[in-house]
Structures are given as C-alpha cells and as structure tokens.
Design a protein around this ligand. Structure first.
Ligand SMILES: NC(=O)c1ccc[n+]([C@@H]2O[C@H](COP(=O)([O-])OP(=O)(O)OC[C@H]3O[C@@H](n4cnc5c(N)ncnc54)[C@H](O)[C@@H]3O)[C@@H](O)[C@H]2O)c1
Length: 701
C-alpha cells in the first residue's frame, strides 16, 4: 500500500503522508508522493495540490529505519521528489503542522507555498548526527528567513516554533487550529489571485555585509564545536547560498554532506543516536510486555548515592520515602538534598517554589513500616554483603507483593542478593553513577531470576527519571566497572614502566576523555579501588596488579578528600597539582622491581587504555553480559566520560580496525613480557575479537 494517500477536494488534490510515527521520508513514501503529483498533473480537474502529513507530524525527515539500507538511496530520492514538486505546473502548497524537521522541512521548502499551524516544531537537526541538511535545506532556508536565524538553526539543529517565523517568507500563512482547511482555502485563493508558481530557489539571500557576518560565525562555531567538523561545514554551505547561484550552492551542499558522512565524528554521533534507541530493546522481552505500575518509591540509605537517587524520583514527580538507620544520618542526607535543590534554585535552574514541591515529595523515615506500600524500593546502603543481606531480608518481610526490589550495588552478586528473598523474580540491580541526580547512565542488572516485566518496568522507569537504562548481566563489576578495571590496571602498569600520572592523564584527556584515570581516582577516592583490589588479591590470586596505587593508599593519600592522592590539592581546591612525593614514590617502586624507566608515547598510552577496554568489552559481549556492542559504548559515553566524537571503545576499535588492534596488542604483550611485574596475559585477545578478525567483521555491525 502506498504511504501517500491521495484524494480530491473540489479542484484541489490532497496528498497525505502516511508513514507513522512521524512520516519519515522512506522509499515508499517518497514514491507515493511522486505518484500523487503525477496523478494530479494528469487530471485536468485538479488545479492545485496540497501536501500534508497524517497523524502526529508533517514529517520528521529521513526514515531512520532505512538508514544504512539500499532503500535510503533508492530513487526517487528526496532531491527528486523536491524537483518534481518545483517542476509542477500546478501550485503545490505544504500544509505544515506539529513537526517539520530535516527532510520534512526541505520538502516544504520545495513547495510553492507553505501554510503552517502555530506551535509546529521547525528544525534542520542533521548537525546532531554530524551531517548537514542534504536536500537543499542549507540553500533554501536562508532565502526565506533572515540569514542569522537560518544559520543558527542549521548549526545548532534546535527546533523553532512556527509562529516565530511570522513575517518571513518561510510561511505564507500561520494559522491557529487545523491546518488542512486553511491550506485548502489558501490554495483556492492563490489560484483565484493568479499567484503563479513561486520557487524559493529563485529568491536571493538578502543580507548586507554577509561576508563579515559569516566570518564572525565561522570563528564562533569553530570555538564552540571543538571536536566536531559538521557545524563549520554548515557555515560553509550557508555561505555558498549567499555567494553562489542556486545550483552551484546545491552542489557545494552535496559535497559538504558527502565529506561529513565519511567522518569518524559523524559515524560516532550516528552510532550513539542508534545505540541509545537500541538499548531499551531486549530480544527476549517483547515490547508489549505489561508493565508494573510505579507511582511511589522508597530508597534505603541516604548517603552519597541514596540522596541522589531519591532526587531523581522527586524530580519526576514520584513520591519517595527515604529510610536511614539513625536520625543523624537521616537529617544529614535530607539536608544535602535540600542544599542541592537550593543551589540549583540559586543558579536559576529551578524555580524557588519547586524546591519546596520536590522536598514535599521526599518523606524521611527510620521505620520499615513506612515503606511497605512503595511500588519500587532501591537499596543504597554500604557495599557489604552482610549489610545487604540484612536489608533484603527485611524488605522481603515488609514490601507488598509485586513491589520491585532493587539494589544499587556496584560490585556485588545480584543473584546472591536476590536469594536473600523469597521473591528473586522481583529483584534487580539498578546501578546509578555518581552524582546520581546528574549522571545519565543507569546500568540495569538483570539477575538470573529477574522477571521480564520487572526488567521492562525498570527500563521504562529509567526513561521516566531521564536516565539512559542499559542492561547488563551479572558479573563482577557489571559492564562498566569490569572494563574500567582493565583500563586502570594498564594505567598503573604505565606508571611502573616510566610514565607519570600527569602524562597518562594528559594523553587520554587530549584524546577527549573528560578526566584521566588518576585524576578520576583522586576524585572518586583511591580507597574505593583499594578496597576492591584487596578483595581481588584473595579471590583472584592469579590476577596480576601494578602496585603504585596500593602504595599511594598506604600513605593515606585517598585523593581530593584527604588533600593528596596521585596529585596534591590546595585546601578547598580541586586542581590536581603534580607532586614530587609521588614521583619519588614511583621511582623507588621501579627500583624495587628492577625496572629501568622508559619513555612512553602518548599514542601508546592512549591505545593501551582503549584496547584494554575494548578487549574486555569483547569478552563481556561473548559471555552475553552485554547484549550488543553499542550498549557497551552507551555505558562509556554516558557514564565514564568517553568522548562522544569517538563513539565509545567498541566503535573506536572498529574504526581503528580489529586486525590492527590485535597487532598492537601483540606489541603490548611483548613489551609486558620484557618488563618485571608486567602482565602479557592482559593482552590475550578475547576469542570474539579473533573470530571477528578472521571473518573481517567489526563489533558494531
Ligand atoms: N559512591 C559511588 O560512587 C557509588 C556509585 C555506584 C554505586 N554505589 C553503591 O551504592 C551503595 C551506597 O554507596 P554510597 O556511596 O552512597 O555509600 P554511603 O556510605 O555514602 O551511604 C550509605 C548510607 O547507607 C546507610 N546505611 C547503612 N546501613 C544501612 C541500613 N541497614 N539501613 C539503612 N541505611 C543504612 C548509611 O547510614 C549511609 O548513609 C553501595 O552499594 C555502593 O557500592 C556507589
């Protein structure tokens, strides 16, 4: 069936785009529009055409389901559709409502007239995927709206409400209410008045001193876009609209588009765009799985994490009861929450009255009797199995049947925690990241017995509280921390071999990470990792560790909170200052191991850190702990400060080439074998990695 409905109202043909949810301009729809235009052309009783969108949008642009398929490029392309519209001997009116974005807006710009309902979202968002509008958007928009507005829209990708375009040539009419009757009336009027077939392409960009303005724009964009090439290319394309005849401008736009599609930055943005959408799809959990109702919540523990988690619920309007062991801890926790809200209000990010509204949703208690009715309870007490056991046994006693019992544990076995209850099917891990009210990632840990509807409900809850939920199976450290452990080990080995903490941090920060491993560790508290390592030394005596971090901790240098760690800190300040004491400690440690320090290049530092992540990621994929490589990347992009323009460790490995990666790993292994305390075994390629190399494939498909 065609995705473009055709009907006639008097002497006007109406083509209605019909490709839910947002009339993405996929192949069938494009073909349907062209067929509709031909039918109108061949019918003498038709004098004009109106194109509109059925359902919730005029059109949201390209059909993302078609990306990377031959259909995306199949004719009629959007260019062809627009050319057919422009060439029509009968006027074509776009009836725009709700959403006209990307290709949808470009289609409308190809029409002879445009009528819009007010409140419609108008945008060219391609830049958000590292691209530029490729179907004439950069050439036509500056011809109908002021140059600055067009440029801002193209460079930012942000939507603008249709009524803001009053008085511009973008819309001939902006109406309240239903747009179709208005567009039909407009078409009749245009016919009666003989308004002909005006084309946007025939207009000139009207701006005196455009060159100066564009130069200014180039400078500004260069500074803001930093790692992304698309915004500057957008400016170039708009400059072409100013300086060149229309067809030549289109050519410049096309060249810009083709150049951008090839960039790793655009690939990274598209990967993240699709990765985000894929994360909520769980192969064995149908999309229509009935969800449990979540109208109230409880949090156990009002410490660093519990407080932030409670704020997430209050921010989403979900009442939450916070339980603590004693009054002092309770008051302290609630006090911190209030201070956080008040600070946001001071910075203008929250209305003063909302501080009280949110605080009113948070109910402090010390009694389990007050939480039994909550639909979900999240435990965030000390990371200690006996404490977790006590709490979960109590929760099993008091929580109503069907309540979800979640643990915020970052390392402990969720299956064991579930076994403390008589309802393991209701138990799940919800691993928030610190600060829990800020960080977007929520690692959702699916236990062996976790019920499907519990998983589906928790994923849905993640988006309600504005998190990105990514599912992990049960293993030590889950996805994110299990990988970061290998990254930290390499960071530590590099200190033993000859690098300084600041050199390692600087190299990976230059690559784009928000913070290098040692500054990060100082921020999080070096004792946290130490505690985990001490457990490892007992549980996994086979695993080798570099030892500088332990020696730093033995001196009580836990990081920022103690004023010293891998760096030193001035009182009350967070700036990491290189510390000669640390250099001496490392030098003495090397001597003890019999290591002659060597110079490590930034390239070696960066790739040892990245490949340590990706190789562990491959094992995690192989074991089914992660469902897909993009899930791993989403965890790193949203929870670990991995630079967005690099796309995540798995995509980075793919772009580097897995074959090249394995060869690099062999070099690293040989060097490790020559180093006292080195661990060549760390570079044993994961079986999946070797398999993909043999098949000439990548992680990310
Ligand atoms: N801090 C992080 O960066 C981080 C990140 C992710 C996950 N986690 C996990 O979150 C959990 C909490 O960590 P945190 O950093 O918030 O610790 P925290 O020490 O700041 O807070 C723990 C709170 O739990 C309270 N508590 C202890 N036993 C209790 C009990 N039986 N009943 C009620 N309250 C009790 C304590 O009084 C304290 O206020 C741990 O499992 C930790 O591994 C922490």
């Amino acid at each position: 069936m065609s995705q473009a409905r055709y009907e006639q109202q008097g002497e006007i043909a109406v083509i209605t785009m019909d490709n839910p949810p947002v009339n993405g301009l996929g192949f069938e729809l494009r073909r349907g529009i062209v067929e509709g235009l031909q039918r109108a052309r061949d019918d003498d009783s038709v004098k004009a055409v109106v194109i509109t969108g059925g359902g919730r949008a005029f059109s949201g642009g390209a059909d993302i389901r078609e990306f990377n398929t031959p259909k995306a490029l199949a004719e009629p392309s959007l260019h062809t559709v627009i050319r057919e519209i422009e060439a029509s001997a009968k006027p074509v009116v776009a009836a725009v409502h709700s959403i006209a974005m990307g290709g949808g807006l470009e289609l409308a710009l190809g029409c002879h007239f445009r009528v819009a309902s007010s409140g419609a979202q108008i945008a060219l968002p391609e830049v958000k995927l590292g691209l530029l509008p490729g179907a004439g958007g950069t050439q036509r928009l500056p011809r109908v709206v002021p140059l600055e507005i067009a440029l801002n829209m193209i460079v930012s990708g942000e939507p603008v409400k249709s009524e803001k375009f009053k008085g511009t040539r973008l819309f001939d009419e902006i109406v309240e209410g239903d747009v179709l009757p208005a567009a039909l009336a407009f078409a009749r009027k245009a016919l009666a008045e003989g308004r002909g077939l005006p084309k946007v392409r025939d207009l000139k960009v009207d701006y005196k001193g455009a060159e100066g303005y564009l130069q200014f724009a180039r400078n500004t964009v260069g500074a803001v876009a930093r790692n992304f090439p698309a915004p500057a290319r957008c400016v170039d394309a708009v400059a072409a609209a100013v300086a060149l005849p229309f067809e030549e401008g289109l050519k410049a736009e096309r060249e810009g588009f083709l150049a951008l599609v090839q960039t790793p930055e655009s690939r990274a943005l598209r990967h993240s765009f699709f990765g985000e959408r894929a994360a909520s799809k769980i192969p064995d959990v149908p999309e229509d799985t009935p969800l449990r109702k979540i109208e109230s919540a409880a949090v156990i523990g009002a410490g660093t994490m519990g407080g932030g988690i409670a704020m997430n619920f209050a921010n989403a309007g979900i009442p939450v009861t916070v339980l603590e062991v004693n009054e002092e801890a309770l008051n302290r926790g609630i006090g911190i929450i209030r201070r956080n809200y008040e600070n946001s209000a001071k910075k203008g990010r929250l209305k003063p009255e909302d501080v009280e509204k949110r605080m009113a949703l948070i109910r402090p208690t010390m009694s389990y009797g007050d939480i039994g009715n909550a639909d979900i309870v999240i435990e965030a007490v000390f990371e200690d199995m006996p404490v977790k056991e006590k709490v979960f046994r109590q929760l099993d006693e008091v929580m109503k049947p069907g309540a979800i019992l979640a643990s915020n544990t970052s390392t402990l076995d969720v299956n064991r925690i579930a076994a403390f209850t008589k309802r393991p099917q209701d138990v799940i891990g919800t691993h928030f990241f610190s600060p829990a009210n800020v960080m977007r990632l929520l690692e959702i840990v699916r236990g062996e017995k976790t019920a499907k509807d519990v998983l589906a409900t928790t994923l849905k809850l993640a988006s309600r509280i504005r998190k990105l939920g990514v599912v992990s199976g049960v293993c030590d450290g889950f996805i994110g921390n299990r990988m970061i452990e290998q990254y930290s080990r390499q960071a530590g080995y590099m200190l033993e071999e000859g690098a300084s903490p600041q050199q390692v941090d600087r190299a990976i920060e230059k690559f784009g990470f928000a913070m290098g491993p040692f500054r990060m560790s100082d921020l999080a508290g070096n004792d946290v990792g130490w505690y985990i390592r001490k457990r490892r030394y007992v549980e996994r005596p086979d695993m080798k560790y570099p030892k500088v971090a332990d020696k730093i901790c033995e001196l009580g240098r836990y990081g920022q909170k103690t004023g010293a760690g891998f760096y030193k800190y001035a009182p009350g300040k967070r700036d990491a200052i290189p510390d000669p004491v640390v250099d001496e400690l490392i030098a003495a440690h090397r001597k003890e191991l019999g290591i002659t320090p060597r110079k490590l290049s930034d390239d070696e530092i960066v790739h040892r850190l990245l490949f340590a992540l990706a190789n562990e990621g491959a094992k995690i994929l192989d074991e089914g702990i992660a469902l897909r490589a993009s899930d791993i990347d989403m965890i790193y992009l949203t929870g670990y400060g991995f630079p967005l323009h690099r796309g995540g460790p798995m995509l980075y490995a793919d772009m580097y080439g897995l074959y090249n990666m394995v060869n690099r790993m062999k070099e690293f292994a040989q060097a490790a074998a020559r180093t006292p305390n080195g661990d060549p075994g760390a570079w044993e390629p994961a079986p999946l990695l070797l398999k993909l190399v043999a098949e000439g494939k990548g992680f990310t498909g």
